[in-house]
Design a protein around this ligand. Structure first.
Ligand SMILES: [Zn+2]
Length: 326
């Protein structure tokens, strides 16, 4: 056998196997997505997302306290309002008494070391369920959408959030949010994590159950990327980096590892995030329940594949488990 044929000598020991990894998983790589609803006492299981709940603001201490003890370092908040009056411009998104702003204030007070991010979108708050404002014919009206989304982001910043994460996919919103943050005095205080390459995926179903955010009509294909659109994703990543995004995100993760890799190449000086979305999480649970693989082994394999592709931050519902496992 030729010398160049032999690879196994380099990974015959657990330690030498670990040296083959360019970057390893750490607890700080995990950001935990949290659903906040407007009943302050809520603790409601979400049937399609094993182990996940909708939480009320008054339950956050008992829910997150033990996780912070175990090393939880960041969360991202999603508002799930049920009792608000939704309208065409998503007014409840930045209601000072709405669940997201109350949760930001509460978490900052409860856990000073916790990095608090907030998803920024309008779909949970508009009566039509779309992520922006609409023209009369039902198409997206870009300019006022972007203006409104930036306004919401700035109001989350004023409530004390560390990071705003626009998931709406409206053209120009990263630049508008960055401008808004700078003009309001938060340019050096708040991180902008852009959902840059967010694909129109069939893996969002459990999230829509959890958040009640399915659109009233049509779908989101005019603003979320077509799954096969590698070129568009690369353009969106470069655009958002140029418009002032501090972190570039790819969503979902597992079917889009090549896009994570592209992001790491195109925006290699930025942290690269990926969102292991609700459907990916549910799929891993379903496969494990069906005996296809071991849950923990598969959770590691998928998360490690994301890091291998170039991710430095993983938004995952497995975060509490990884705090145990790592
Ligand atoms: Zn949305």
């Amino acid at each position: 056998m030729d010398i160049s044929s032999i690879l196994q000598g380099g990974y015959q020991h657990p330690l030498s196997r670990s040296w083959q990894t360019r970057r390893t998983l750490t607890k700080s790589m995990f950001m935990y997505p949290i659903f906040i609803t407007d009943d302050p006492e809520a603790s409601v299981p979400i049937a399609t997302l094993p182990g996940q709940r909708r939480w009320g603001v008054n339950k956050l201490e008992e829910f997150l306290g033990p996780l912070v003890q175990k090393g939880l370092q960041s969360v991202i908040l999603f508002g799930v309002p049920f009792s608000c009056v939704k309208d065409m411009r998503g007014s409840p998104a930045d209601d000072p008494h709405g669940p997201v702003i109350l949760a930001i204030r509460k978490l900052r007070a409860l856990f000073p070391s916790l990095f608090v991010a907030a998803d920024v979108c309008l779909c949970e708050y508009t009566d039509h369920g779309h992520c922006g404002l609409l023209n009369l014919d039902g198409t997206i009206n870009t300019a006022p959408s972007v203006e409104r989304i930036a306004e919401v982001a700035v109001n989350y910043a004023k409530a004390g959030v560390h990071c705003v994460a626009p998931s709406d996919m409206m053209d120009g919103r990263v630049k508008a949010i960055k401008r808004g943050l700078i003009d309001a005095g938060f340019g050096n205080k708040v991180t902008l994590m852009s959902y840059s390459a967010k694909f129109a995926s069939s893996l969002y179903g459990p999230f829509r159950d959890a958040a009640g955010s399915a659109p009233a009509f049509g779908d989101r294909k005019c603003y979320q990327l077509p799954p096969a659109a590698k070129g568009l994703a690369r353009r969106a990543i470069q655009r958002d980096a140029a418009e002032g995004a501090d972190i570039i995100m790819v969503k979902p993760s597992l079917p889009y590892l090549d896009i994570i890799s592209d992001a790491a190449e195109l925006a290699g000086d930025h942290p690269i995030a990926c969102y292991q979305v609700s459907g990916e999480f549910a799929m891993i649970h379903a496969g494990a329940a069906a005996g296809v693989y071991d849950l923990r082994t598969m959770a590691f394999e998928t998360a490690e594949s994301m890091v291998r592709a170039g991710a430095t931050l993983i938004l995952s519902y497995f975060t509490p488990e990884f705090l145990e496992w790592l």
